[in-house]
Design a protein around this ligand. Structure first.
Ligand code: GDP
Length: 456
């Protein structure tokens, strides 16, 4: 284990709350607690992972707060060092006083992510697991949190280690043939390495392809509400969200800019975007909005094309329709509370369609079902219980690993020297090591941990 100084930081967010937790980690954590904790049990004698009631006192033995303290002795702790957590009252001043007490006692304020960095450096977590900690904290939907928890549990790391073990075995074989003559180690069956390498490449590519879903789980699926002015887009957005966020008026073109809201749909984080009404106009503010709507339609994962079912279609409805891709569009025929007055024949290519009344909250369940079905048909969002890549860094490292293995196959094909083949395997292993942290340069490590909050 590496030896560090003792760090301290609040483990709970700042602000008023019933309790705040202050955490210390390092070789002097228990000593520092002992100088300020007064209770029935002296900290030196406290059992590990048990809560003890007492008070924190300052140098003049004045009480600073009434607390519960727990010691988690090394190596059975988050950082694998001695960790102390003190549950104090959740007020800003109390927290400041408690922190000052520990800082006076010889601890120093932790840097962002420093607890997790210690867990990594002490071998408690590998880098992919450490990165998963932040994903678990930031997960915005059930699916995202399940993927992050799987990664924290080592699902991705085990897969990467499994690739690495196979490549290491091949490398050992090649090196034996480089170092020793054939009559000592037998003839090398190079052809026998080709299939396993192809299989590894195939599995790596499957992982790389999961990145689209991974990115979506992190950033959310973008669902764009599109249509000409006054068909009820804002009303629909409000109805879906169940709250009045977008402004609803009778004047055509009020939704000038895009309004974005987040919600969770069938376990997916969704970004619901209300675009400006699509119309030909001379108004510069509005045409800018329309330009953005076009742009958003081109990049949205799903479009809800809203038309007013109670009035005839206009040129602007067709203009909006032209921005849509049929596979990722749900036709929403709004104002179903009014007598029908619109011929929908021209939307024949849109097989997914629902009637709603945004104003009266009718048809919304059917709309949700249509959205979920449309997403389920999109390969990017197919429910994949396997391992999913959520970090671009992991994806890039895997792409690099595949590039080296492709080079290995080409070299094997042209009967290149064994040293070349070994080098390509080593490069691939190096790329894999960047995911788990074995070969990650220090500056990248620093960058990764600096994304964490203080106290994590
Ligand atoms: P947007 O310009 O497409 O965002 O349309 P709005 O949501 O601002 O709605 C335009 C007008 O249509 C408003 O007067 C709404 O009250 C009305 N409206 C929206 N949805 C419905 C509906 O389901 N039925 C009826 N009758 N009117 C609606």
């Amino acid at each position: 284990m590496l030896s560090f100084d003792t760090i301290v930081a609040p483990a709970t967010p700042p602000g008023e709350g019933s309790i705040s937790i202050v955490r210390l980690s390092g070789p002097r954590a228990v000593d520092i607690l002992a100088t300020v904790f007064r209770g029935r049990q002296h900290p030196e004698a406290m059992a590990t992972h048990h809560l003890y009631y007492g008070f924190l006192v300052n140098r003049d033995q004045q009480r600073i707060d009434e607390v519960l303290a727990v010691i988690m002795r090394a190596p059975c702790s988050y950082t694998r060092e001695d960790v102390v957590e003190v549950h104090c009252h959740g007020g800003l001043q109390v927290l400041r006083n408690v922190l000052d007490l520990f800082l006076d006692g010889g601890a120093r304020m932790a840097l962002p992510g420093e607890f997790t960095q210690r867990a990594f450096l002490n071998g408690r977590l590998d880098l992919a697991q450490a990165e998963a900690v932040i994903e678990v904290i930031r997960a915005r939907s059930e699916k995202a949190s399940r993927v992050a928890l799987g990664q924290l549990d080592g699902l991705l790391s085990r897969k990467i280690n499994c690739f690495a073990d196979q490549l290491k075995e091949m490398l050992a074989l090649l090196e034996a043939h480089i170092d020793f003559p054939d009559d000592e180690v037998g003839t090398l069956d190079l052809a026998g390495l080709i299939e396993p390498v192809k299989q590894v490449i195939h599995e790596m590519k499957t992982l790389i392809n999961s990145f689209d879903l991974g990115r979506t789980l992190r950033d959310g699926i973008s669902v764009l509400i599109l249509g000409r002015p006054n068909v009820g887009k804002s009303s629909l957005m409000n109805a879906i969200l169940g709250e009045a966020r977008a402004i609803v008026t009778d004047i055509a073109g009020t939704t000038r800019d895009t309004v974005e809201e987040q919600l969770v749909l069938a376990g997916y984080p969704v970004r619901l975007i209300d675009a400006a009404g699509v119309r030909h106009t001379e108004n510069p503010v509005e045409s800018e909005g329309v330009r953005r709507a076009r742009e958003k339609a081109a990049t949205a994962d799903l479009v809800l094309l809203v038309v007013d079912g109670s009035s005839p279609l206009t040129e602007e409805d067709i203009l909006a329709f032209d921005l849509c891709r049929p596979e990722t569009t749900v036709l929403v025929v709004n104002k179903s509370d009014q007598p029908p007055g619109c011929d929908l024949d021209c939307f024949d290519s849109l097989t997914s369609r629902v009637s709603v009344s945004a104003k009266h909250n009718q048809g919304l369940t059917e709309l949700r079902t249509a959205v979920v079905n449309c997403l389920a048909h999109n390969d990017n969002f197919a429910d994949n219980e396997g391992i999913i890549i959520t970090e671009r860094r992991h994806r890039d490292a895997l792409v690099q690993a595949v590039v080296s293995l492709d080079a290995f196959l080409r070299s094997a094909d042209t009967a290149a020297p064994l040293e070349c083949l070994a080098m390509e395997l080593r490069e691939s292993l190096d790329a894999l090591g960047q995911i788990t942290g074995e070969t990650t340069p220090d500056e990248i490590l620093e960058q990764i941990f600096s994304r964490f909050c203080i106290g994590k």
